[in-house]
Ligand binder design. Structure first.
Ligand code: FAD
Length: 398
């Protein structure tokens, strides 16, 4: 990694493709964008490629990002946050994804996990988990998905039971981003009655689980097609003992806790996907500039025009969704639309960019093939695009 100098952090360099948007951004939003851009500049292409090829998480980069104020950007300064708005956080995610900054996804999930603690946590929980998260001492992960419970959260089979002063958890969570490196986890489990029965029991409940709690273990680590370098793995609870003060929110409120965070998280994913789409478009434009022969047919201009339209539509919906969070009227449907539009755009633009670049499109240096692999995951996680479409329809049909 190259040293990040103070000149690199001056607020005078913004990505050129955002020129049209700059007049609509506040000074603070531009400051965070410049910071993200400088941070991405400080990471060499070799480092970016290595975290992908070796599938290793760069905790050092995560800690550096937190030192730059990015670890808890959209939270008030009371618990160490940076007091920024959600659009600023979206701009950072977009820029990090465009450049394939190796910590992008873990940072997104880290902020996702602070939301429920901030919103539903006790004062003690906020002090204990939010401040160290903001400065990068703690990394957080989100444990919702199970081998047999993905889209259908009602199928969650991980159980919790109050025994004395502890909740006893049993079960497995899968595909947990940052799972192998996190210090604590926001975990959704089915709270049973103290005698182990289900009838009239509270149901899905959220817990804060520290990695050192007895009975908690890291399971298999995944070597995936995309989203590599994020310590994605299973986490396993075998009679795990969670102190009773680590329940998050009220018994039975787990779905509310999880869905409230995911509604914002989907805007983060939309921002990341807008960045992927832009990154692939940047590469396509570089290749197109060299293809006089293809340009002469007119087909290339038609294609590039269509791709630009997709990227800008994704960006417009994403910024609108982020602004709706900042207005205090967070719109879940808008977040779903932004997530679909942006991840589908990223997939389409990356696909076309690879075709256009021919064999060069598979060169890791151009980052298109990496974006192609990552964008596929974007269509799946934090609620698949199919499920998001159903959510949009139901909001109108109910
Ligand atoms: C890279 C990556 C990182 C992830 N990180 C995390 C994480 O940090 N924490 C976490 O908890 N989870 C994480 N996940 C899991 C992710 O959220 C789930 O994969 C996702 O919710 C889908 O669940 P599933 O894989 O079980 O698929 P399923 O729910 O089994 O769906 C399979 C297919 O069926 C479709 N489908 C399902 N139900 C319906 C229906 N009722 N009607 C129509 N179609 C339907 C889906 O759209 C999908 O196409 C991650 C996943 C990936 C790929």
């Amino acid at each position: 990694m190259r040293a990040m100098t103070s000149t690199m952090l001056k607020n005078d360099s913004y990505p050129a493709h955002l020129a049209k948007h700059l007049p609509l951004l506040t000074a603070d939003q531009k400051k965070w964008l410049a910071k993200a851009s400088a941070f991405a500049d400080s990471i060499s292409l070799e480092d970016t490629k290595r975290s992908d090829s070796e599938n290793t998480f760069r905790r050092d980069l995560f800690e550096l990002a937190c030192k730059e104020g990015l670890g808890a950007l959209p939270f008030p300064t009371t618990y160490g946050g940076s007091g920024g708005d959600y659009l600023s956080f979206a701009l950072i995610n977009e820029e990090f994804a465009r450049r394939c900054v190796p910590i992008m996804s873990s940072l997104g999930v880290h902020v996702l996990c602070q939301e429920p603690v901030y919103k539903h946590g006790t004062e003690e929980q906020k002090k204990k988990y939010l401040t160290p998260s903001a400065i990068g001492e703690y990394l957080a992960a989100f444990g919702l998905t199970e081998p047999n419970a993905g889209s259908d959260t009602a199928a969650i089979a991980t159980t919790a039971k109050l025994v004395g002063d502890d909740y006893i958890l049993n079960g497995t969570k899968t595909f947990i981003t940052s799972g192998g490196s996190a210090n604590y986890f926001i975990v959704m489990a089915r709270l049973l009655n103290p005698d182990g029965t289900k009838e009239n029991a509270p149901g899905i409940t959220a817990f804060i689980v520290e990695k050192g709690f007895p009975g908690f273990e890291i399971g298999q680590k995944f070597d995936m097609l995309g989203m590599r370098g994020y310590s994605t793995c299973e986490i396993v609870f075998s009679e795990a003992r969670i102190p009773k003060e680590n329940i998050l929110g009220a018994p039975g409120d787990g779905r509310k806790v999880a869905l409230g965070s995911l509604a914002k998280g989907r805007v983060t994913i939309a921002a990341q996907a807008t960045g992927w789409a832009q990154g692939a478009l940047d590469a396509a434009l570089r290749v197109a500039a060299r293809c006089e022969k293809k340009r002469n047919s007119g087909q290339l201009d038609y294609l590039i025009g269509s791709l630009v339209l997709m990227v800008e539509s994704a960006r417009a919906l994403t910024y609108q969704a982020a602004r709706s969070i900042d207005s205090g009227e967070s719109d879940v449907t808008l977040a779903a639309m932004a997530k679909i539009q942006a991840t589908d755009a990223a997939m389409k633009v990356a696909t076309e960019a690879i075709s256009l670049a021919e064999e060069e499109g598979l060169e890791p240096d151009l980052l298109i093939e990496r974006i192609f692999r990552d964008a596929k995951a974007g269509q799946i996680y934090e609620g698949t695009n199919q499920i998001q479409r159903m959510l949009i329809a139901r909001s109108l049909l109910k």
